[in-house]
Write a protein that binds this ligand. Structure first.
Ligand code: PFF
Length: 486
């Protein structure tokens, strides 16, 4: 079967940035920034993006382009007859599960967009917005219908293929997203009292920063750049050997970060100008912001633009998540793209239903003490996503090896990569150790190692021991390695 490729530099950038820029930037980044005290959190986030996110993105691009295969096929080609392909299986499964509930949240956005267009949302009294949101997400049928719409739209684009579907669609939607964002930013910063919001975003107060905040920044840098679930690897597999991967990864990273910051500039000045709370959590865009728009002149218009913006951002991300699964199924099982996409979209729709019902009739149906949505979110965000991320680092850094990765990044000498040593250090040590620390912390293992009086020294001894063990294991694996590339 002939493989599709991206057709132009701009198309690759639009598609990869479109994947990275999603609900993570416009919904999650602002609310976690709000919860973690603003500017100091953002500085830590930026450091994580540069030191951990960018090197991992480069590795994923390199692995994909080196093999021109889907996530599982890529590992199989580089380490045949070894279980490394399971790393691809973890990533594809993660993308599949995440998409099932990501599409549901995108569905909430579309429900808000339709109510915004009809003028219904702007008429809701500010103190009723919490109940209004609750009623929509718990209603059962409406979120299910919207999830179906999102998955169908996504499938229509994916069916058309990489060049005619994903690339064309991203090239139209991304400029629209940017224009809307700029328009909303101008509106927000020109409100009376906007400066307090800008101060919150850009004037760091390190006393607000907690250890949890640092870990959250690290985890979010992964989520936001679409790493650890083979999205970037899959897109990398459609890139021509003549493209400059380092330049591309830097551009995607900058675009993703700038858009997140711009979303902050849209949201916080407006929230502060109307005297509302920035630390609202997930309800920030669904409960707090509609109150802001209600108070603003021409609020209904700006509200519609805002939900259209998030809708577009979400759609270019759902497309990339679905492409990971479609690439895997078409290539590994030799099934046509159209048939594979329809089957996958239907399976995703089926899996999204328990998550949707978790906010309503099935709220009390629990597995391991969690409803379906919480369970899917926990398993992916806290377990399989970090696992996929760590495996990519270990494979790229130690098994395939950074020498081969650098060769691919340089397009065999076409674009000299002067940061190669720093890159190798980041992929071999910095990134995997950072991800393991988030993992250990997020599943509560850290607490387990603490002595009764919370003795930090003991925790640190365990951590140092863990790092040493990691280095020795990797070194051992490298020594035993016999097959594959140079
Ligand atoms: N990077 C996109 C976002 O920030 O929304 C898409 C995405 C990546 C969604 C990773 C979900 C995810 F776990």
């Amino acid at each position: 079967m002939k493989r599709d490729n991206f057709g132009s530099k701009l198309g690759i950038l639009a598609a990869a940035a479109g994947s990275a820029i999603g609900l993570g930037n416009i919904w999650k980044f602002p609310y976690i920034t709000g919860q973690n005290g603003g500017a100091a959190f953002i500085l830590v986030y930026l450091a994580c993006i540069v030191l951990v996110g960018l090197p991992v993105m480069l590795t994923e691009f390199a692995l994909g382009r080196r093999t021109h295969k889907n996530a599982v096929g890529a590992f199989k080609e580089l380490e045949p007859n070894k279980p490394w392909y399971l790393s691809g299986v973890v990533s594809v499964s993660t993308a599949f599960i995440i998409l099932s509930f990501y599409a549901m949240i995108a569905g909430w956005v579309f429900a808000y967009l339709s109510r915004s267009v009809s003028g219904n949302l702007i008429n809701v009294a500010p103190d009723k917005l919490g109940d209004y949101f609750g009623a929509i997400i718990s209603s059962g049928t409406e979120p299910i219908v919207w999830t179906f719409v999102i998955l169908s739209l996504t499938a229509c684009v994916v069916i058309l293929g990489v060049k005619t579907g994903i690339e064309k669609c991203s090239k139209v939607l991304m400029p629209v997203l940017l224009l809307i964002l700029i328009g909303l930013m101008i509106r927000s910063v020109t409100l009376d009292g906007a400066s307090k919001g800008l101060e919150f975003l850009f004037k760091p107060d390190f006393s607000q920063l907690t250890k949890e905040g640092v870990l959250e920044a690290l985890g979010h840098s992964f989520y936001s750049l679409s790493l650890g679930m083979a999205i970037i690897m899959t897109y990398g597999s459609y890139i021509d050997k003549k493209e400059n991967l380092f330049k591309l990864a830097v551009q995607v990273t900058i675009a993703d970060t700038l858009i997140a910051l711009m979303a902050g500039v849209v949201i916080f000045p407006a929230v502060f100008a109307y005297g509302l709370e920035p630390g609202q959590g997930p309800g920030l865009i669904f409960v707090t912001l509609p109150a802001v728009f209600k108070a603003m002149p021409f609020g209904a218009f700006f509200e519609t633009l805002f939900f259209l913006l998030i809708g577009i951002a979400a759609l270019t991300s759902t497309i990339s998540l679905m492409e990971v699964v479609v690439a895997f199924v078409t290539e590994q099982f030799n099934i046509g793209r159209k048939k594979a996409t329809v089957l996958i979209a239907l399976a995703l729709f089926a899996l999204s239903i328990p998550s949707t019902l978790s906010f309503g009739p099935w709220a009390e149906v629990k597995i391991f003490g969690k409803n379906f949505f919480d369970l899917f979110d926990y398993v992916t965000a806290k377990i399989t996503l970090p696992l996929g991320g760590v495996l990519v680092c270990l494979f790229g850094g130690w098994i395939w090896g950074t020498k081969n990765a650098v060769k691919e990044i340089e397009s065999n000498g076409l674009y000299p990569f002067s940061w190669s040593r720093l890159y190798s250090f980041a992929v071999k040590f910095l990134a995997p150790i950072a991800i393991i620390i988030i993992f250990v912390h997020s599943i509560g293992l850290m607490e387990y190692f603490k002595t009764d009086n919370g003795n930090l020294a003991t925790t640190n001894v365990f951590l140092a021991g863990g790092v040493l063990l990691f280095v020795l294991t990797m070194w051992g694996l490298k020594m035993r390695r016999t097959s594959g590339e140079e």
